[in-house]
Design a binder for this molecule. Structure first.
Ligand SMILES: Nc1ncnc2c1ncn2[C@@H]1O[C@H](COP(=O)(O)OP(=O)(O)OP(=O)(O)O)[C@@H](O)[C@H]1O
Ligand SMILES: [Mg+2]
Length: 318
């Protein structure tokens, strides 16, 4: 087993009195695709923004360790972190407008991203931008390269942002709902691009998504989050074939049938994600909760299949 490329240990993120990420640990090996799933508000985006040093909210408290290629990213200076972002680690944000500036053309922004990290001529960077726009499925990229973000549709903007993230062949790509706004055909193209990034450059991908179908297609490993914690972690096979946590059972039961429409949002399990306080964060919504759930269950297990639940072994079937 190769050494992890990214190893996150006991990440905690607090905003005022609210704990958004509560002791999250996970790792990603080179070339691995980790699918991160969990319903709205479970802390998926915030934890990845924390990993990248992109939480700007005044008063936010962040602790834990985020070791990437031997360095703890939480201890780096802003300038050191900027050098890593975009070149070694790229992020595709949930909202494409966060990554695009309205006043510059799409092509200029992709070319600048390339030139910020590589010594290439303007011309060469522009040509690369055109090629990348073509690869993410933008029609007539030699013309579209000069368009402004507002001249693109939402799905096209999303693809432009993906092109920007791929432009430097990052060792790690963190993609937050990259395909949610796209139609099924474009979605398939984007998943292909991610597979190619891995095949050609050995890149690892962390893919946040609500779509269990996407996870089942692309992920090697799956991390299920609930209430700012990891509640289950394992290989795709382990999580899909022998899921252990009642929350994961709920997620899998809510997956639309084969050939059915794809959900944009996971249909919800009754109740709302509990504010993390005492006990198992899922207990109020769990059909199986019992006395033991008043304490927080640790994430434990064998053969790389971990879960945080007190249910005894004989009750661990869906
Ligand atoms: N800057 C912030 N200040 C205060 N609270 C925040 C901040 N960012 C996120 N949160 C809170 O942290 C929790 C987790 O948010 P996050 O965006 O990570 O959810 P998510 O799992 O990505 O959800 P979605 O699937 O809807 O994108 C939410 O309750 C959110 O309101
Ligand atoms: Mg999010």
């Amino acid at each position: 087993m190769p050494e992890p490329l990214l190893e996150v240990s006991d990440l905690r993120i607090r905003f005022g009195g609210f704990t958004a990420v509560d002791g999250l640990s996970f790792s990603v090996r080179p070339g691995e695709v980790l699918g991160v799933v969990g319903e709205s508000g479970s802390g998926k985006s915030v934890s990845m923004l924390g990993v990248l040093g992109l939480i700007r909210t005044p008063g936010a408290e962040i602790s834990g360790k985020v070791v990437f290629r031997g360095r703890d990213l939480l201890t780096l200076k802003n300038a050191e972190m900027r050098a890593i972002r975009g070149r070694e680690i790229a992020m595709i944000f949930q909202d494409p407008m966060t990554a695009l500036t309205p006043v510059y053309t799409i092509g200029w922004q992709i070319a600048e991203q390339i030139r910020a990290h590589e010594k290439v001529s303007r011309r060469a960077a522009r040509d690369r931008a055109i090629a990348l726009l073509g690869e993410v499925g933008i029609p007539a990229p030699e013309q579209r390269v000069d368009a402004y973000p507002h001249e693109f549709s939402g799905g096209m903007r999303q693809r432009a942002v993906i092109a920007m993230a791929l432009s430097c062949n990052p060792a790690l790509l963190i993609a937050d709902e990259p395909t949610t706004a796209l139609d099924v055909t474009t979605q398939a193209q984007i998943l292909d691009l991610m597979r190619r990034l891995r095949a050609d450059h050995g890149s690892a991908v962390v893919m946040i998504t609500h779509d269990m179908g996407v996870v089942s297609e692309i992920a090697d490993e799956v991390l299920v989050m609930y209430g700012g914690r990891a509640v289950e972690r394992g290989s795709r096979r382990q999580v899909f074939h022998t899921p252990r946590h009642p929350y994961t059972w709920g997620l899998l039961d809510s997956v639309p049938r084969v050939n059915g429409p794809r959900a944009r949002r996971l249909p919800t399990i009754p109740g709302t994600p509990g504010a993390s306080g005492q006990g198992c964060p899922f207990a109020d919504r769990c059909a199986h909760s019992f006395a033991a759930c008043a304490e927080v269950p640790p994430l434990t297990g064998d053969s790389g299949h971990l879960d945080a639940c007190w249910l005894p072994e004989e009750k661990r079937t869906r």
